[in-house]
Design a protein around this ligand. Structure first.
Ligand code: PBG
Length: 323
Protein backbone atom coordinates (compact mmCIF):
# COMPACT_ATOMS: atom_id res chain seq x y z
CA UNK A 1 0.00 0.00 0.00
CA UNK A 2 1.07 3.56 -0.72
CA UNK A 3 2.56 5.24 2.38
CA UNK A 4 0.96 8.43 3.55
CA UNK A 5 0.81 10.66 6.63
CA UNK A 6 -2.32 10.81 8.77
CA UNK A 7 -2.58 14.55 9.50
CA UNK A 8 -6.19 14.16 10.54
CA UNK A 9 -5.08 12.45 13.77
CA UNK A 10 -4.42 15.84 15.31
CA UNK A 11 -7.75 17.28 14.18
CA UNK A 12 -10.07 14.68 15.62
CA UNK A 13 -11.59 16.63 18.52
CA UNK A 14 -12.15 20.18 19.62
CA UNK A 15 -9.85 19.84 22.61
CA UNK A 16 -7.09 18.18 20.64
CA UNK A 17 -7.31 20.92 18.00
CA UNK A 18 -7.04 23.55 20.67
CA UNK A 19 -3.95 21.82 22.12
CA UNK A 20 -2.06 21.93 18.82
CA UNK A 21 -3.22 25.37 17.75
CA UNK A 22 -0.16 27.43 16.80
CA UNK A 23 -1.58 30.94 16.93
CA UNK A 24 -3.86 32.61 19.45
CA UNK A 25 -5.68 35.90 19.42
CA UNK A 26 -6.06 37.62 22.79
CA UNK A 27 -7.86 40.73 23.94
CA UNK A 28 -4.50 42.32 24.73
CA UNK A 29 -3.63 42.11 21.03
CA UNK A 30 -6.38 44.55 20.12
CA UNK A 31 -6.12 48.32 19.66
CA UNK A 32 -9.43 50.11 19.10
CA UNK A 33 -9.51 53.30 16.96
CA UNK A 34 -11.77 56.10 18.16
CA UNK A 35 -12.80 59.24 16.29
CA UNK A 36 -13.37 62.22 18.52
CA UNK A 37 -15.22 65.15 16.98
CA UNK A 38 -15.30 68.68 18.25
CA UNK A 39 -18.79 69.74 19.36
CA UNK A 40 -21.46 68.45 21.73
CA UNK A 41 -23.81 65.52 21.91
CA UNK A 42 -22.46 64.03 18.70
CA UNK A 43 -22.65 60.34 17.91
CA UNK A 44 -22.53 60.10 14.12
CA UNK A 45 -22.32 56.72 12.51
CA UNK A 46 -19.83 56.81 9.63
CA UNK A 47 -21.94 55.91 6.60
CA UNK A 48 -19.25 53.77 4.97
CA UNK A 49 -18.36 52.09 8.30
CA UNK A 50 -21.51 50.76 9.99
CA UNK A 51 -20.92 50.40 13.73
CA UNK A 52 -18.16 53.05 13.81
CA UNK A 53 -18.97 56.48 15.21
CA UNK A 54 -17.55 59.95 15.49
CA UNK A 55 -18.22 60.99 19.05
CA UNK A 56 -17.93 64.25 20.94
CA UNK A 57 -16.00 64.72 24.17
CA UNK A 58 -19.11 64.78 26.35
CA UNK A 59 -20.05 61.26 25.18
CA UNK A 60 -16.55 59.87 25.45
CA UNK A 61 -16.82 58.72 29.05
CA UNK A 62 -19.52 56.18 28.31
CA UNK A 63 -17.59 54.88 25.30
CA UNK A 64 -14.38 54.45 27.30
CA UNK A 65 -16.31 52.67 30.04
CA UNK A 66 -17.73 50.22 27.50
CA UNK A 67 -14.29 49.61 26.00
CA UNK A 68 -12.81 49.05 29.45
CA UNK A 69 -15.60 46.69 30.50
CA UNK A 70 -14.99 44.63 27.38
CA UNK A 71 -11.38 44.10 28.46
CA UNK A 72 -9.75 46.14 25.69
CA UNK A 73 -6.48 47.60 26.97
CA UNK A 74 -5.60 50.14 24.29
CA UNK A 75 -7.13 52.73 21.98
CA UNK A 76 -5.74 54.91 19.21
CA UNK A 77 -7.20 58.38 19.03
CA UNK A 78 -8.07 60.32 15.87
CA UNK A 79 -9.37 63.88 16.02
CA UNK A 80 -11.97 65.59 13.84
CA UNK A 81 -11.44 69.31 14.50
CA UNK A 82 -13.72 72.27 13.72
CA UNK A 83 -10.94 74.52 12.52
CA UNK A 84 -8.48 73.66 9.79
CA UNK A 85 -5.76 75.80 8.24
CA UNK A 86 -2.78 75.62 5.89
CA UNK A 87 -0.40 74.32 8.54
CA UNK A 88 -2.69 72.19 10.71
CA UNK A 89 -2.53 74.39 13.82
CA UNK A 90 -5.34 72.48 15.52
CA UNK A 91 -3.11 69.36 15.53
CA UNK A 92 -0.65 70.87 18.00
CA UNK A 93 -2.56 73.52 19.94
CA UNK A 94 -2.85 72.85 23.63
CA UNK A 95 -6.62 72.57 23.59
CA UNK A 96 -6.92 70.65 20.35
CA UNK A 97 -9.56 67.98 20.13
CA UNK A 98 -7.03 65.14 20.36
CA UNK A 99 -5.31 66.69 23.39
CA UNK A 100 -8.67 67.15 25.15
CA UNK A 101 -9.75 63.63 24.26
CA UNK A 102 -6.53 62.13 25.63
CA UNK A 103 -7.02 63.97 28.94
CA UNK A 104 -10.61 62.85 29.16
CA UNK A 105 -9.80 59.21 28.42
CA UNK A 106 -7.05 59.14 31.03
CA UNK A 107 -9.49 60.62 33.56
CA UNK A 108 -11.98 57.83 32.91
CA UNK A 109 -9.42 55.01 32.84
CA UNK A 110 -5.86 55.92 33.60
CA UNK A 111 -4.67 52.40 32.83
CA UNK A 112 -5.92 52.31 29.26
CA UNK A 113 -2.92 52.60 26.93
CA UNK A 114 -3.73 55.70 24.90
CA UNK A 115 -2.02 55.91 21.54
CA UNK A 116 -2.09 59.24 19.72
CA UNK A 117 -2.10 59.19 15.93
CA UNK A 118 0.31 61.93 14.94
CA UNK A 119 -0.46 63.39 11.54
CA UNK A 120 -1.62 66.65 10.01
CA UNK A 121 -4.11 65.57 7.33
CA UNK A 122 -7.20 65.87 9.54
CA UNK A 123 -6.10 69.37 10.55
CA UNK A 124 -4.98 70.95 7.28
CA UNK A 125 -7.47 72.62 4.95
CA UNK A 126 -5.88 70.87 1.97
CA UNK A 127 -6.04 67.42 3.61
CA UNK A 128 -2.39 66.57 2.98
CA UNK A 129 -0.14 65.20 5.70
CA UNK A 130 2.45 67.98 5.41
CA UNK A 131 3.20 71.61 4.66
CA UNK A 132 2.57 72.61 1.06
CA UNK A 133 4.33 75.05 -1.20
CA UNK A 134 3.23 75.40 -4.80
CA UNK A 135 1.52 72.06 -4.74
CA UNK A 136 4.56 70.23 -3.35
CA UNK A 137 4.40 68.50 0.04
CA UNK A 138 7.52 69.67 1.83
CA UNK A 139 9.36 67.16 3.98
CA UNK A 140 11.60 69.00 6.40
CA UNK A 141 9.33 71.92 7.38
CA UNK A 142 6.67 69.31 8.20
CA UNK A 143 8.95 67.52 10.69
CA UNK A 144 8.95 70.41 13.10
CA UNK A 145 5.13 70.49 13.16
CA UNK A 146 4.94 66.75 13.73
CA UNK A 147 7.36 66.99 16.60
CA UNK A 148 5.27 69.79 18.11
CA UNK A 149 2.13 67.69 17.69
CA UNK A 150 3.73 64.69 19.39
CA UNK A 151 4.95 66.75 22.33
CA UNK A 152 1.51 68.34 22.82
CA UNK A 153 -0.06 64.86 22.79
CA UNK A 154 2.46 63.56 25.32
CA UNK A 155 1.77 66.60 27.53
CA UNK A 156 -1.93 65.77 27.39
CA UNK A 157 -1.13 62.29 28.71
CA UNK A 158 -0.68 60.08 25.64
CA UNK A 159 1.15 56.85 26.49
CA UNK A 160 2.36 56.14 22.95
CA UNK A 161 2.96 58.38 19.92
CA UNK A 162 2.04 56.93 16.54
CA UNK A 163 3.27 59.09 13.66
CA UNK A 164 1.47 58.21 10.44
CA UNK A 165 2.41 60.82 7.90
CA UNK A 166 5.31 59.14 6.09
CA UNK A 167 7.67 62.11 5.87
CA UNK A 168 11.31 61.02 5.88
CA UNK A 169 12.93 61.42 9.28
CA UNK A 170 9.69 61.70 11.23
CA UNK A 171 10.69 59.20 13.86
CA UNK A 172 14.02 60.95 14.51
CA UNK A 173 12.38 64.38 14.67
CA UNK A 174 9.70 63.18 17.07
CA UNK A 175 12.18 61.24 19.22
CA UNK A 176 14.35 64.34 19.63
CA UNK A 177 11.31 66.52 20.33
CA UNK A 178 9.92 64.15 22.94
CA UNK A 179 13.29 63.70 24.64
CA UNK A 180 13.93 67.44 24.83
CA UNK A 181 10.50 68.00 26.34
CA UNK A 182 11.11 65.42 29.07
CA UNK A 183 9.25 62.53 27.43
CA UNK A 184 12.11 60.12 26.82
CA UNK A 185 9.96 57.42 28.43
CA UNK A 186 7.21 57.67 25.81
CA UNK A 187 7.48 55.03 23.04
CA UNK A 188 6.97 55.64 19.33
CA UNK A 189 4.72 53.29 17.39
CA UNK A 190 5.77 54.21 13.89
CA UNK A 191 3.63 53.71 10.82
CA UNK A 192 6.88 52.41 9.37
CA UNK A 193 5.41 50.68 6.34
CA UNK A 194 2.40 52.56 5.06
CA UNK A 195 1.20 51.97 1.55
CA UNK A 196 -0.66 54.41 -0.63
CA UNK A 197 -3.79 52.32 -0.45
CA UNK A 198 -7.33 52.57 -1.77
CA UNK A 199 -8.46 50.79 1.39
CA UNK A 200 -8.29 54.07 3.36
CA UNK A 201 -11.39 55.51 1.66
CA UNK A 202 -13.91 55.00 4.50
CA UNK A 203 -11.43 56.37 7.09
CA UNK A 204 -11.26 59.59 5.14
CA UNK A 205 -15.06 59.83 5.48
CA UNK A 206 -14.73 59.23 9.21
CA UNK A 207 -11.85 61.64 9.77
CA UNK A 208 -12.64 64.17 7.02
CA UNK A 209 -9.07 63.85 5.82
CA UNK A 210 -9.27 63.24 2.07
CA UNK A 211 -6.69 65.31 0.16
CA UNK A 212 -8.34 68.22 -1.67
CA UNK A 213 -6.03 67.76 -4.65
CA UNK A 214 -3.78 64.99 -5.92
CA UNK A 215 -3.05 61.89 -3.85
CA UNK A 216 -0.55 60.67 -1.26
CA UNK A 217 1.67 58.76 -3.67
CA UNK A 218 4.71 61.02 -3.15
CA UNK A 219 4.89 60.06 0.50
CA UNK A 220 3.03 56.79 1.01
CA UNK A 221 4.47 53.61 -0.52
CA UNK A 222 3.77 51.90 -3.81
CA UNK A 223 1.76 48.69 -3.17
CA UNK A 224 4.05 46.87 -5.59
CA UNK A 225 7.12 47.22 -3.36
CA UNK A 226 8.52 44.77 -0.84
CA UNK A 227 12.18 45.72 -0.46
CA UNK A 228 11.20 49.33 0.06
CA UNK A 229 9.20 48.18 3.10
CA UNK A 230 12.39 46.79 4.61
CA UNK A 231 14.24 50.05 3.94
CA UNK A 232 11.44 52.04 5.56
CA UNK A 233 11.32 49.78 8.61
CA UNK A 234 15.10 49.81 8.94
CA UNK A 235 15.36 53.58 8.98
CA UNK A 236 12.57 53.86 11.54
CA UNK A 237 14.35 51.38 13.79
CA UNK A 238 17.60 53.33 13.45
CA UNK A 239 15.73 56.54 14.28
CA UNK A 240 14.30 55.06 17.45
CA UNK A 241 10.94 53.43 16.71
CA UNK A 242 9.70 51.07 19.44
CA UNK A 243 6.90 49.39 17.43
CA UNK A 244 6.57 48.94 13.66
CA UNK A 245 3.17 49.27 11.98
CA UNK A 246 2.38 47.67 8.64
CA UNK A 247 -0.65 49.20 6.96
CA UNK A 248 -2.99 48.01 5.50
CA UNK A 249 -2.98 44.44 6.79
CA UNK A 250 -4.93 42.01 4.63
CA UNK A 251 -3.32 42.65 1.27
CA UNK A 252 0.08 42.93 2.95
CA UNK A 253 0.38 39.78 5.05
CA UNK A 254 3.62 38.96 3.25
CA UNK A 255 5.05 42.31 4.34
CA UNK A 256 4.00 41.70 7.95
CA UNK A 257 5.97 38.45 7.82
CA UNK A 258 9.02 40.16 6.29
CA UNK A 259 9.04 42.87 8.94
CA UNK A 260 8.59 40.29 11.70
CA UNK A 261 11.48 38.18 10.40
CA UNK A 262 13.88 41.06 9.78
CA UNK A 263 13.45 43.09 12.97
CA UNK A 264 13.10 42.40 16.65
CA UNK A 265 10.45 45.00 17.50
CA UNK A 266 6.76 44.37 18.06
CA UNK A 267 4.89 44.39 14.75
CA UNK A 268 1.48 46.01 14.54
CA UNK A 269 -0.97 45.22 11.73
CA UNK A 270 -3.41 48.01 10.87
CA UNK A 271 -6.62 46.35 9.74
CA UNK A 272 -7.80 49.47 7.92
CA UNK A 273 -11.18 51.01 7.24
CA UNK A 274 -11.74 49.55 3.77
CA UNK A 275 -11.02 46.08 5.09
CA UNK A 276 -13.64 46.66 7.78
CA UNK A 277 -16.22 48.02 5.37
CA UNK A 278 -15.90 45.11 2.95
CA UNK A 279 -16.60 42.57 5.67
CA UNK A 280 -19.39 44.69 7.19
CA UNK A 281 -21.01 45.23 3.81
CA UNK A 282 -20.98 41.55 2.95
CA UNK A 283 -22.21 40.45 6.35
CA UNK A 284 -25.02 43.03 6.46
CA UNK A 285 -26.15 41.55 3.16
CA UNK A 286 -26.11 38.10 4.71
CA UNK A 287 -23.43 36.92 2.29
CA UNK A 288 -20.84 35.88 4.88
CA UNK A 289 -20.73 34.92 8.54
CA UNK A 290 -19.28 38.07 10.09
CA UNK A 291 -17.90 36.58 13.28
CA UNK A 292 -16.26 33.62 11.55
CA UNK A 293 -14.75 35.76 8.81
CA UNK A 294 -13.42 38.41 11.19
CA UNK A 295 -11.83 35.84 13.49
CA UNK A 296 -10.22 34.10 10.51
CA UNK A 297 -8.86 37.40 9.18
CA UNK A 298 -7.42 38.47 12.52
CA UNK A 299 -5.82 35.10 13.21
CA UNK A 300 -4.23 35.26 9.75
CA UNK A 301 -2.64 38.60 10.67
CA UNK A 302 -1.23 37.11 13.84
CA UNK A 303 -0.03 34.01 11.98
CA UNK A 304 1.70 36.34 9.50
CA UNK A 305 3.66 37.79 12.41
CA UNK A 306 1.61 40.63 13.87
CA UNK A 307 1.93 41.03 17.63
CA UNK A 308 -0.82 43.61 17.83
CA UNK A 309 -3.77 44.55 15.60
CA UNK A 310 -5.41 47.93 15.23
CA UNK A 311 -8.97 47.08 14.25
CA UNK A 312 -12.44 48.61 14.12
CA UNK A 313 -13.71 45.14 15.06
CA UNK A 314 -11.95 45.26 18.45
CA UNK A 315 -15.16 45.62 20.48
CA UNK A 316 -16.89 42.76 18.68
CA UNK A 317 -13.82 40.56 18.95
CA UNK A 318 -13.41 41.27 22.66
CA UNK A 319 -17.05 40.25 23.12
CA UNK A 320 -16.62 37.08 21.06
CA UNK A 321 -13.45 36.13 22.93
CA UNK A 322 -15.40 36.28 26.21
CA UNK A 323 -18.19 34.01 25.00
C1 PBG B 1 -3.66 59.62 8.55
C2 PBG B 1 -4.20 58.25 8.60
C3 PBG B 1 -4.93 57.53 7.63
C4 PBG B 1 -5.28 56.33 8.21
C5 PBG B 1 -4.74 56.31 9.49
N1 PBG B 1 -4.06 57.50 9.71
C6 PBG B 1 -5.43 57.91 6.31
C7 PBG B 1 -4.54 58.24 5.21
O1 PBG B 1 -3.33 58.07 5.23
O2 PBG B 1 -5.12 58.75 4.25
C8 PBG B 1 -6.11 55.26 7.56
C9 PBG B 1 -6.74 54.30 8.46
C10 PBG B 1 -7.80 53.48 7.88
O3 PBG B 1 -8.08 53.47 6.68
O4 PBG B 1 -8.43 52.77 8.68
N2 PBG B 1 -2.58 59.84 7.75
Amino acid sequence: MLEFKRHRRLRSSKNLRSMVRETVLKKEDLIYPIFVKEGENIKNEVSSMPGVYQISLDLLEEEIQTITDLGIVSVIVFGVPKEKDEVGTSAYCENGIVQQAIKKIKEVNNELVVIADTCLCQFTNHGHCGVIEEGIILNDPTLELLSKTAVSQAKAGADVIAPSNMMDGFVAAIRVGLDEAGFSHIPIMSYAVKYSSSFYGPFRDAAHSAPSFGDRKTYQMDPANRLEALREAKSDVLEGADFLIVKPALSYLDIIREVKDNFTYPVVAYNVSGEYSMIKGASLNGWIDEKAVVMEKLISMKRAGADLIITYFAKDVARWLSE
